[in-house]
Structures are given as C-alpha cells and as structure tokens.
Write a protein that binds this ligand. Structure first.
Ligand code: SF4
Ligand code: SF4
Length: 421
C-alpha cells in the first residue's frame, strides 16, 4: 500500500468511528445506501469526478468562509459545496440545464484552489467543476457567454485575434535564437508588452540567448479547460508540443502562471508531456540572481519608488497554490526592496484571488471586479502603496480596479528590468 493510500485511510478513519457510534437504524440506512451506491451515479460514462462531487456536496461547506467568489457575490449558490451539489445534480439530470442553473459554476468560481487549503479531503472545487464543464460542453449546454468565448479562442488559437499582438511581435523580435524558449501568454501579448520588453532587456543584460516564435505558438489552452472544451485544449497542446520539438531548446520560461501550469503539469495529464523543464519567469530570474548572473540595485532610494513604499507582493493563486512558487518572487523583491517589502495578511499559500481567475470575468464581470476590489482593500488595510505581482491576469485585474489610482502596480519583470545593473 502506498504512503498516499495510508494517509488517505488515516484521514478518513473518523468515518468508521462515526459509523460504529451510530444507532442501528442509522447503520441500516448507511449500509443500504452503500449497497445501492450505483444508483447515485449517472448511467452513462461522464468526465466529472462524481464520487468526489458527492463527497464535497455533503460537506457543511467548511471552506466557505475563505471562498472569494461567495464573499464577493454574497450568493449562496456560489458556496463551494453548493457548486459541487449543482454540478452533481446537473450530471444526474436532476436540475434543468438552463443558464440560471449552470451559470453559478462559471460566475461563481475563480478556480483559485483557496478551498483546498482548508479542505480535510484536499479537494479544490474548481478542479471538480472542470469535469462538469467538459460534460456540459460536449452537450452544448453552456451559457452563451462561455460558448462565444470558447469559439473565439478556437477560431484564433489564442485569446485575441492576431492583429492585437502586433506590438508584442515587435517586442519579441530580438529573441531570435537560443536554447531557452520564452512562451509569451496571450494576456501579456494583448495587454502588457512592457513585460515582454523587460524580459528581452534582462536576457540581453545577463547574456542569455532566448528564442520566441509568437506567430507559431498557440494559446496554452487554460481558458478552454475552464470552458470544458477538452478536445480543442488537446489540439492546442499537441500543436505546442510539436512546435517546441521542432526547435533545439532546453528550457521553457513563461511569465504567466496559467501557461506555466498548463505546460508543466496539465499537458502531462492530457497526454502531451513536453519532457522539457518549464519555469515561471520568477523562478528563472531568482536562479540567475542566486548564481550571480543577475545584478539588481536597491530601489528604495530611486526617485520613483521612494514616495511609493512600502511594497507588497500579490501571490497569484496559480503560482502560489498550484505551482508552489512562493520564495522566488520574494528573493527578487528582497534584493530590490530589502527594508520596505511588506507582507499583506493573506499572502503565500493563503493568498486571495485577484478576481479574474477561471471565466468569472466572462460570465459576470461585476463579480470579478468586486473580488478584485476586495483584494485591493486588503492591500489598503496593510497600508501598502505599491503592489507587485507576477501574473498578467492579476496585473490586468488590479489596473482595471485601481479606479482611485491609490496604488502603483507593477509586474515583477518590470521592476527587475527597471533596476537591473
Ligand atoms: S472543498 Fe472540502 S471543505 Fe470545501 S466544501 Fe468541499 S469538501 Fe467541504
Ligand atoms: S476554487 Fe476558489 S472560488 Fe472556487 S470554490 Fe474554491 S475557493 Fe471558491
């Protein structure tokens, strides 16, 4: 028996104790339920993890208190166990498949894995809902906003039409050869080319040759996983794998945590193991710093920063919880702001989402923006003046919701590029 199995049994030992303590009629009911358990499963084969949807929906919502979606929307249909219940009932055809019933699964979950931190069963409700989305997608039962969004990605093989990437193509043109491949994310290419220029500048300063072929690479596929279009996500993965294999590369770096997670972990699950190390840019930069190749100056006395301290780091959910990358961004920030880096109360593994995870912004932008404002309020309470993050989606969300311009907001790459020596 594996260690994982033993741990799992120990974790569930309370179930046996509870069963033994129960009165006989209750025991009879439990035994009957166990023997007839097949009737609680759909007859046809489905993608959803029905067993764990049931386990989660029977829970008294123990992680609800820390779910950013329910905090922002204040709708009980967005509570973690309730979404599992809705997902289960949809799978069992016990809920009519109309937008009002399906929407909570999309507008009410940022796939932040915040629930997993508190869950005694180690569930991330967002992950459980991915399988439900695949089943709904295969029957074309998704809300119109999600269908339109996934059709757009399928058509462009990216989040945006290629015309929106022209500036990014120009910024990436110096990265023409090398054995480190820079995989630019769609959100960065479409919205924040300062990060791309920053990576090009840093690579030049530290004498590392990077290659990037933005017109040949396709979207990593993460948004389609949330939309349930598994087949198209696989097609993108297959294309990207073939693209990487056509080049003589040893490492891939991504500035987007979603891309990093897809390329590093999800491609394996989809059957497209890249067999090439995939690093988030913060890991790459921190390794350069550790080996002495990257020199960055103290930014605390720089005219711009001096009036905008302290600095706080927003851990993107995917980077912190799904990839476990917590220290590399801090090592870089400590090199730049050793006396003025302040932790926001919810940071590292217990970070709160920026609001734009999953497809919440597509399904209901009001809820996404409310989540962003809730997160910004936490920085305000900590009296942080500059927010640094390391995810293009978090950056986009905070810039959009920094309506009173109370914060300076940077991507980590921008800060390093500004202070590199
Ligand atoms: S994720 Fe875990 S803690 Fe949260 S409702 Fe489901 S079973 Fe309960
Ligand atoms: S993944 Fe995040 S948004 Fe979704 S249920 Fe869990 S805590 Fe809530």
């Amino acid at each position: 028996m594996t260690m994982g199995k033993i741990k799992d049994l120990m974790r569930k030992s309370w179930l046996l104790k509870t069963f033994l303590r129960a009165r006989w009629p209750v025991k009879q009911q439990l035994i009957k339920g166990f023997l007839q358990r097949k009737k609680y499963y759909p007859k046809e084969s489905v993608n959803a993890d029905i067993k764990n949807l049931i386990n989660c929906m029977l829970c008294p919502n123990m992680c609800r208190f820390d779910c950013p979606a329910v905090q922002a929307s204040k709708k009980e249909t967005h509570a973690p166990a309730t979404k599992a219940r809705i997902g289960y009932y949809l799978e069992m055809n016990r809920l009519e498949k109309i937008p009002e019933n399906i929407l909570p699964l999309f507008e009410g979950c940022v796939h932040c894995s915040g629930c997993q931190v508190h869950c005694p069963f180690d569930f991330a409700v967002g992950d459980l809902l991915e399988g439900v989305a695949v089943d709904l997608f295969s029957k074309q039962q998704l809300p119109q906003s999600i269908m339109t969004f996934s059709e757009r990605i399928s058509k462009n093989n990216g989040l945006y039409p290629t015309e929106k990437y022209q500036q990014a193509y120009n910024a990436l043109s110096p990265l023409s050869e090398g054995d480190i491949y820079y995989f630019p994310g769609c959100v960065t290419m479409g919205n924040n080319t300062k990060v791309i220029s920053g990576i090009a500048k840093i690579a030049n300063k530290v004498n590392r040759s990077l290659i990037s072929k933005p017109q040949e690479r396709w979207c990593c596929g993460a948004p389609l996983m949330y939309a349930g279009d598994l087949e198209k996500a696989k097609e993108l993965a297959e294309h990207n794998k073939a693209h990487f294999q056509s080049l003589d590369i040893k490492t891939i770096i991504c500035e987007c945590p979603e891309c990093t997670y897809m390329l590093r972990e999800k491609y394996k699950q989809l059957g497209y193991d890249l067999k090439i190390p995939v690093l988030h840019v913060s890991e790459w930069l921190a390794s350069l710093l550790a080996e002495g190749a990257l020199e960055i100056q103290n930014g605390e006395k720089e005219t711009f920063f001096v009036n905008n301290l302290p600095i706080g780091f927003h851990d993107p959910c995917v980077l912190a919880r799904k990839l476990g990358v917590l220290d590399p961004p801090r090592e870089l920030l400590m090199a730049m702001f050793p006396n003025s880096l302040r932790e926001v109360p919810y940071s590292r593994e217990i970070t709160h989402c920026c609001g734009f995870g999953g497809l919440v912004n597509i399904a209901n932008s009001e809820i996404a923006n409310q989540m962003a404002q809730n997160r910004l309020a936490e920085f305000k309470k900590a009296e942080i003046k500059t927010i640094v993050t390391s995810c293009p989606t978090c950056y986009y969300s905070f810039m959009k919701n920094n309506t009173e311009l109370q914060f300076e907001i940077f991507d980590l790459v921008e800060a390093v590029a500004a202070l590199i020596q």
